[in-house]
Structures are given as C-alpha cells and as structure tokens.
Design a protein around this ligand. Structure first.
Ligand code: HEC
Ligand SMILES: [Cu+2]
Length: 414
C-alpha cells in the first residue's frame, strides 16, 4: 500500500514520462504531429477513404463529448471529496447509498443514444465501402492484385470488362474518377492490401477470393503497404498507386502493352567508363523529398519524368546488361516481353525502367539503387526470395561492374 512516493507526486511524473516517450517514439517527426505522412489516414483522396474518415470523426466527436462529461464529473468528485487532512485520510468512509434510478435510466438512455449516433453512419459506411455502388457498377475498372512475399503483382485481365491485358508489379496505375474494383489474391501467406489515402485495408487470404474498391478523385501518387504480418520483410512490403487522368491512363496502357524497348548498339562498340557501385548503409531506404536545387519533389511529376528514356544512354553498356540478364539466369524468374525472358517467380520487368520504385516499393528506381539491389539483394531486404530461392540455390554471383551493366539495361526498359 505504501509507495515510497506519495501518489500526489507520482501520478504527474508518470504522465510526463508517458508523454515524453510518445514524443521519443515519434522521432520528433513533424509529419507525425501534423499527421500528414505518406501513409496517413487523415487525408482522404477518394470517396471510400472519405467515408471512412468521416466515420472516424463522428466516433471521435461522440467519444470526446463522453470523455469530457465523465472527466468533468470525475474531476469534480475527486476534488470535492478528497481527503484534506491526516484525520480525513483515516476517517471511516461516509455512509454508502445505492444508485438513483432516474440517474441510471438517464445514463442508459444517453449511452444508447450515443451508440445509435455512431451505428447509423457505421452501417451506412459498411454498405458503401463494401462494393462499388450499383449506379457506378458499369463504370468500374477491374484489376487483380496478388500478394507475394514481399511484393505485389498487378494484373489487368483482358477478359473481365475489357481490361488492358497487361501485368505489372509494385506500381498500380489507375484512371481517376472511376471506381476501381480490385480482386485480392495471394500465392503464399496472408497479406493485406492498404492504400491509406484511398481506402481501408482488406486481407489477401489463401484460397479465398476477397476484393475491395477504391477511387481517386484527382491525379496523384499514393503510398500503399502490406498491413498483415507476412514474414521477414513484411514491414518493407510496399507499393505505389498512381492515378492518372483518362487520356494519360490510356497512353500508359498503350506503352505498357508494347514489348520491351530495344536500344541499338553499334556493332563492336565498347561501353564507356562505368560509374562505381555506390555504397549505401544497410538500412538506408530514404526517398528523395527534394530535387537537387532544394525545391520539393512532386512525386507525380517524378513518375511522369520516369516514363521517358534518359537523355544519355550507353548503348554498349545496355547491350552488355541485356546479355548478362540471360547468362546470370535472371530470365528464369523475370519476364521481359520481347527479349526472350519468360520467368514468373519475380516481378514482370518488361517496363521496369518506367517505375519509380524497385524491390517492392522499397528503393527509389535509380541506376545506383538498382545496381545495389542486383549486386546484394540480401543486404537490402531480409529473406527476399530473389536471393533465397535464386542467388543461393542457383549459385548466382553478380560482380559490381556486372550489376552496373544490368542496372543500365533495366533502366532503359521504359
Ligand atoms: C529465384 C528467382 C529470381 C532470380 C533468379 C532473380 N530474381 Fe529478381 N526478383 C525475384 C523476386 C522474387 C523479386 C521480388 C523480391 C522482393 O521485392 O521481395 C525480384 C525482384 C527483382 C527486381 C525488382 C523489381 C521490382 O519491380 O521491384 C529487379 C530489378 C530484379 N529482381 C532483377 C533481377 C536480376 C538482374 C537478376 C539476375 C542477376 C534477378 N533479378 C534474378 C526473383 C528472382
Ligand atoms: Cu505481406
């Protein structure tokens, strides 16, 4: 019973400690306090997310009112009846009465009222977010997303409602203003598909067809994340969603349907001096938030720029990388349409150069990061299958200079 500290002293101290540890845990990140990070649910950029966010606020306001009332009564009782002297502290408790029926009935009625206020929008929200509303069904665009340890495959099946008939990985490109109905599949364990600014998460469960729908109100670049623990690299199993206006979307589809780009090298030309493989710290996964001149990066513009071939390309280096893609057996696991690579264990790389990220949304898609990944995937992403099921059993070793050539080749695949 007798703590070394009087509770008068101890309680505020523990509260200050709890608050301080919250600040420390947040890493003093301003975005944490503004709740404006890449994966915030406080920003809704589509009707599904908006419906979920408004439900969140209804719940917050109702419970805040309850909190204030209960807190005020508690504070009043605590101050009014607190022991004011030693004698008070050791006095007999005052006579205990039983509750007042009117007060109890009023409290029950108030609780029911609060629950009704919350449950009406909850039920409406569940109905609305479950599936594309009937009136918009005809306009829905179908995509299948499949979870792999630790990346996402996106299929645009041709058979369903005239889909584009293409496959891509880790970047889901969608048309704005249309409901997107996403079939959720997995080839291994349970994953969860989550694009916080567009819609809440839904699990991808083995042998069970799940789906969700979402819609983007305006063109944008959104972060997605696997939200169900799925093994070693679960925390870095990410993806991006790029929402484009209808014309731009159609252009993207046409570009993606084309076979891989060829960069012709003059016969007998030797590659120019190749850059040194950059060194990165093991946990260095940062994303550039600013251009070289210090102005903030517009991620959508960055994505658009990524669609175009680089101004300077070393055709001979690219040709060397293309040959290595065969001799190093990369083609056993990756498809590059038009270049004779048929593998399906890893992401489709036919247009990998046009994506802004690689390694399951983990690294920025720059030649340096690509080479880093190809040379030593095991140092980037713990447990990844490219290393565990490829490099180790197939005895694949990629020297730094070879990784640079492979990166140049893959970068050219716009
Ligand atoms: C055992 C099959 C296998 C082999 C062999 C293999 N990969 Fe992979 N690769 C994968 C898998 C699986 C992933 C996804 C890993 C992840 O993100 O967790 C991947 C990811 C990649 C990515 C990132 C793609 C993206 O969109 O995120 C690139 C680039 C890549 N591999 C290039 C190569 C190259 C170059 C080689 C040959 C040196 C190679 N791979 C050999 C299976 C393989
Ligand atoms: Cu996962």
């Amino acid at each position: 019973m007798h703590s070394p500290f009087p509770s008068r002293f101890f309680r505020p101290v523990s509260q200050i400690l709890a608050f301080a540890s919250l600040i420390l845990l947040s890493g003093c990140d301003l975005n944490f306090w503004k709740m404006q990070g890449h994966q915030t649910t406080m920003i809704a950029n589509g009707p599904v997310a908006a419906s979920q966010l408004s439900l969140f606020w209804v719940t917050v306001w109702v419970t805040l009112v309850i909190f204030i009332i209960v807190g005020a009564v508690l504070a009043y009782a605590t101050i009014k009846f607190k022991a004011r002297s030693d004698a008070d502290e050791h006095a007999e408790p005052p006579p205990q009465g039983h509750g007042n029926p009117m007060v109890e009935i009023a409290l029950i009625a108030a609780s029911v009222f609060a629950l009704v206020i919350i449950s009406i929008p909850t039920l409406k929200g569940i109905w609305y977010t479950h599936d594309v509303p009937e009136a918009q069904k005809a306009d829905a665009y179908n995509i299948t997303a499949t979870g792999y340890q630790w990346w996402f495959k996106f299929d645009y099946p041709e058979k369903i409602d005239g889909g584009a008939g293409l496959v891509t990985g880790n970047e889901l490109v969608i048309p704005v203003g249309r409901p997107i109905r996403i079939q959720l599949r997995t080839v291994d364990v349970i994953h969860s598909f989550w694009v916080p600014k567009l819609a809440g998460k839904v699990d991808m469960i083995p042998n069970r067809g799940n789906f969700l729908w979402l819609q983007a109100d305006a063109p944008g670049y959104f972060w997605g994340q696997c939200a169900e623990y799925c093994g070693d690299s679960h925390a870095v199993m990410r993806f991006r969603v790029v929402a484009l206006a209808p014309m731009e979307f159609a252009a993207w589809v046409a570009a993606q349907k084309a076979p891989a780009r060829n960069v012709a090298a003059a016969a007998g030309a030797a590659p120019g001096p190749r850059p040194q493989l950059a060194t990165f710290k093991q946990n260095e996964y940062g994303y550039s938030e600013k251009w070289a001149d210090g102005s903030p990066i517009n991620p959508l513009q960055n994505w658009v720029d990524q669609q175009k071939p680089a101004a300077t390309e070393d055709a001979a280096l690219i040709a060397e990388g293309k040959a290595l893609f065969g001799t190093k057996l990369c083609l056993a696991c990756h498809t590059i349409r038009g270049h004779g690579a048929p593998g399906i264990a890893g992401p489709d790389l036919t247009h990998v150069g046009s994506r802004t990220t690689v390694a399951g949304g983990l690294l920025e898609n720059t030649p340096a990061q690509l080479a880093r990944w190809i040379a030593h995937p095991e140092l980037v992403k713990p447990g990844n299958k490219m290393y565990a099921s490829g490099y180790v059993p197939m005895n694949i070793k990629v020297a730094d200079a070879e990784a640079v050539a492979l990166a140049a080749y893959l970068t050219s695949l716009k």
